[in-house]
Design a protein around this ligand. Structure first.
Ligand code: SF4
Ligand code: SF4
Length: 491
């Protein structure tokens, strides 16, 4: 039995058209994508009529030859029962963080807050990070922080220990000491949980035992290469001004030659926005295992905005990314953001928040043991969760988690893309809520990176899924259910 009340078009309808006859429809609340390979005008005509408030029986009478199509549109929740079908979360359903133990956490240890480079877009503000001098975390703080996370995850779960900074390789002996204590003390004590390691580094420092240690402990590695040598050197010079490409590239080549996967990313500003294809090609040539193109964050930890002249043009980033995607140089599983966004399109997925920071599963530990939810929030006292070894005060985190739910965000709660998007990185929203002024250009850039960039990438992925489905359909059919593979969170 179908609904007896009036039908309506879902208010979460993403509708894309391509060429003369293709149509792609998805209700983002359910994330089941309906692909119409032929006959889009017929479907659109039916949807227009259905949007006039006809009942199911009324619609079937108006389109007597389209009963199957009507049923399909109902099944995919493109046509909904205006009075009964759930289309969003009620306020009472939007709860604070789920208190159940998490299966996975990543703890970012700021091994040192100092760095040997002076990148033009550095996220570490001089007022909030100890950028100068030789700050260094104590092994006790590091181990306590790992214990704090092990205690919070579920049996069988995993804590990833991320060595971060500043530049963590400035304190290589400390990294090795932390790994030794995790291996010798924590793994036996928490034998029902896993500990893995990750290193984010500029890789300008390459100690003789780097390969051996990485290999022995399966450490995953990520580094930034912002373009071919001359471009990279303009974006990521040493603090004294000399370019850093030669040293970083030499280490990457050494690791790659040893069979160690190195994820490479490029942070995009106005300096390298027109070199995206060259950059992903350079990542490949260096032997990177994955390539990531990441628009620069317009705000740093001091809540200072990136200078207007460094802000890239989102249209040029999108154009470069689309070119890179279609070049076939990288599989989509190894090219960010496509490899992350595909997970947003998995049937039934609802992206009510853009990132994991506000569920407290990617804590950042400062040299002084203070705990923050995200590297960009380090030093903001109201965001501090506590200190390693003491219970976290989650009040601000929980309030923020609620406020950032896509159904609570004024600018997002009527957007049909919201359950696929999640609302974008919230850093500039948080700054605005606290009355921090930005330039009109930075505010517009932040908005467009949240909205236009996200929609453009999702659009590419939706059509890519449609193309896959079409290829798979022997003889061609008019509609196909699409699905997306598993993927991991990137940020
Ligand atoms: S950030 Fe933009 S695209 Fe994403 S949900 Fe909000 S309004 Fe929609
Ligand atoms: S998306 Fe989340 S984790 Fe990433 S920078 Fe923004 S707030 Fe931090």
């Amino acid at each position: 039995m179908g609904p007896s009340g009036p039908l309506a078009l879902t208010r979460n309808l993403i509708s894309l058209e391509r060429g003369g006859d293709e149509l792609l429809l998805v209700n983002s609340f359910h994330m089941r994508t309906m692909y119409v390979a032929r006959g889009k005008e017929r479907v659109k005509r039916l949807l227009t009529e259905a949007g006039q408030g006809l009942t199911l029986e009324g619609l079937k009478s108006a389109f007597p030859h389209d009963a199957d199509l009507i049923q399909l549109l109902r099944d995919y929740r493109i046509l909904v029962d205006a009075s009964e079908d759930k289309e969003c979360f009620e306020h009472s359903e939007i709860a604070a963080a789920d208190p159940r133990p998490k299966p996975r956490m990543t703890v970012y240890l700021l091994i040192t807050e100092a760095c040997n480079l002076g990148c033009i877009y550095c996220l570490n503000g001089a007022g909030t990070y100890l950028k100068d001098g030789r700050s260094k975390m104590s092994p006790t703080v590091a181990i306590q922080s790992v214990i704090d996370c092990l205690e919070q995850i579920s049996t069988g779960g995993r804590v990833e220990v991320g060595f971060f900074g500043g530049e963590p390789m400035l304190q290589w002996p400390l990294i090795k000491e932390i790994i030794r204590r995790c291996e010798d003390d924590l793994k036996p004590a928490y034998h029902d949980k896993q500990i893995t390691y990750h290193l984010t580094s500029n890789l300008t420092i390459c100690p003789p035992d780097l390969i051996e240690v990485i290999r022995r402990h399966n450490i995953t590695v990520m580094s930034d290469i912002d373009g071919p040598p001359e471009i990279h050197n303009r974006c990521r010079p040493y603090r004294h001004g000399k370019g850093s490409h030669a040293q970083t590239a030499a280490t990457i080549r050494r690791l790659a030659a040893a069979g160690i996967p190195v994820s490479l990313r490029a942070t995009i500003t106005s300096v390298n926005q027109d070199y995206i294809m060259d950059t992903v090609a350079h990542h490949k040539e260096l032997g990177g295992s994955t390539s990531a193109v990441v628009p620069a964050c317009p705000i740093n930890s001091d809540r200072e905005f990136l200078a207007d002249e460094l802000l890239p043009d989102p249209n040029r980033i999108i154009a470069g990314l689309v070119e890179a995607f279609h070049s076939g140089l990288w599989d989509k599983e190894n090219l960010f953001p496509f490899n992350q966004y595909i997970a947003k399109l998995r049937p039934g997925t609802r992206q009510v928040m853009s990132c994991a920071a506000f569920s407290g599963t990617i804590p950042v530990i400062r040299v002084n043991a203070d705990v923050y939810p995200c590297i960009y929030l380090v030093g903001q006292e109201k965001c501090r969760l506590g200190t390693a070894g003491t219970p976290w005060d989650r009040r601000w985190l929980d309030e923020t988690l609620l406020a950032l739910h896509v159904d609570n965000l004024e600018e997002c709660n009527s957007c049909p893309w919201r359950y696929a998007c999640g609302g974008g990185c919230p850093l500039t929203k948080l700054a605005r809520w606290d009355g921090v002024a930005s330039s009109p250009k930075a505010a517009e850039y932040a908005r467009r990176i949240s909205c236009d960039f996200t929609k453009a990438v999702l659009t590419e992925m939706l059509w890519d899924l449609a193309d896959e489905a079409r290829t798979d359909l022997a003889g061609g059919q008019q509609q196909a259910a699409l699905s997306a593979p598993e993927s991991t969170l990137y940020c």
